[in-house]
Ligand binder design. Structure first.
Ligand SMILES: *Cc1c(COP(=O)(O)O)cnc(C)c1O
Length: 403
């Protein structure tokens, strides 16, 4: 038989045979990448406008991050937390300082850091607030995305993420996103935390009404409830500031960080908080074999150093403004709404025109990689190293697809 498949088709067929179908990827097979651009196995180039769900805020193969990784790989990569390393302290010190906090608890994936935040909040509730044993509750929001563990999907409102995975973990109360009265009404004497995304990414880059985060912060302070900000996707430069909470003048009790903290090289997540709150965790209460490993710390430390200059935040803000203008010009031309903060945009395409998936497939054919979410919304989050001319070119492709 004559071989007529492209290299991409061969790889896709192989992956479909030997992997679980927990994703529905676009039919592109990436082989290499640099900055904001990726190249597939057949030599085609694409502008990466997903950036690993913001894990690649600094782009593919950032030379400073690659150098930090390479240097550390040759020294020591893993010791377990049974021993100290010379990389843990400096990373955690500088990350805490970047966040205006005191103490870091390093983990690996985002979901693990969310689980850690839930554990710390509950233990704080019992040890400090005085909640009766096993009675703690945590307020969460409609449309949330905090990860994929059994406890986290227990309070997901997405049936695809949740159905079939029970029995579920109790102790969560779901209220509408953006409704401060509902938050107040859901709080009782056993409430230990409000767990919130300052901008809901997976839900379609949903930005809460102005003043909402501040109002929730005030309620939390008044009721002695922890304000826990999941900034795994919104944090570390994406929105044009270090944290999305900053845009609303809000200081949380805990930040949950991940994604870009590992520079797109290794998974690095962390809980960042005060000494008083984190102090409830004692040796043996929590841990992770890989959490805080020296390779992760070396890369995370280099990421923090990139953010300390403010250069990336400023670039995301400036390019974001440009992107917003570009996208708003498409409203009425196949686009019904645009929501954006910094270099992060949710674009609602006219559902009568085509689905979000179709937009993504057609953009792919034109050399732009994006991801749809919830029907006819596409989400744009290119690496912050993207060029303004790339954004203009991408907008041209989107326009061509929608016309
Ligand atoms: C991606 C994400 C998570 C989960 O992170 P993983 O590394 O995939 O476990 C949690 N919360 C938010 C807001 C996210 O965007």
């Amino acid at each position: 038989m004559i071989e007529t498949q492209t290299l991409s088709q061969q790889q896709i067929q192989l992956a479909e045979q030997v992997t679980a179908h927990n994703y529905h990827p676009l039919p592109v097979v990436i082989e290499s990448a640099e900055g904001a651009w990726v190249t597939d196995v057949d030599g085609r180039r694409y502008l990466d406008c997903l950036a690993g769900y913001s894990a690649l805020n600094f782009g593919h193969g950032h030379p400073v991050l690659v150098a930090a990784a390479r240097e550390q790989i040759e020294r020591v990569t893993l010791t377990s937390r049974a021993f100290h390393t010379d990389k843990l302290g400096p990373f955690c010190r500088d990350l805490a300082a970047l966040a205006g906090m005191e103490v870091v608890l390093p983990m690996n994936t985002g979901a693990e850091a969310v689980e850690t935040a839930i554990k710390v909040s509950r233990k704080w509730g019992y040890d400090v607030k005085g909640v009766a044993a096993d009675q703690a509750n945590i307020i969460v929001f409609d449309g949330n995305f905090h990860g994929r563990t059994t406890t986290i999907v227990s309070f997901s409102t997405d049936p695809v993420a949740r159905d079939g995975f029970g029995p579920f973990t109790p102790g969560f109360r779901i209220v509408p996103y953006g409704d401060v009265a509902a938050v107040e009404a859901a709080i009782d004497a056993n409430t230990v935390a409000v767990l919130i995304e300052p901008i809901q990414g997976e839900a379609g880059v949903l930005i809460p009404p102005a003043g909402f985060l501040k109002a929730v912060r005030d309620v939390c302070t008044r009721e002695n409830v922890l304000f826990v900000a999941d900034e795994i996707q919104s944090g570390l430069g994406r929105t044009g500031s270090t944290f999305a909470c900053e845009l609303e003048g809000v200081v949380p009790d805990m930040y949950i960080l991940g994604k870009a903290l590992g520079g797109g090289i290794v998974p690095v997540s962390a809980l960042v908080s005060s000494r008083a709150i984190m102090g409830v965790i004692r040796p043996g209460n929590h841990g992770s074999t890989f959490g805080g490993n020296p390779l992760a710390c070396a890369i995370g430390h280099a990421v923090v150093a990139l953010l300390e200059t403010g250069e990336y935040q400023a670039r995301a803000a400036a390019l974001g403004e440009h992107l917003r203008k570009n996208l708003e010009a498409l409203i009425g031309h196949g686009v019904v709404a645009v929501r954006s903060r910094g270099l992060w945009a949710g674009v609602d395409v006219d559902p009568n025109l085509m689905t979000g998936r179709e937009v993504c497939e057609r953009l792919m054919a034109r050399g732009v990689l994006v991801k749809d979410t919830h029907g006819s919304t596409i989400r744009l989050a290119p690496p912050i190293v993207v060029e303004e001319s790339d954004l203009d070119w991408m907008t041209e492709q989107l326009k061509a697809v929608l016309v």
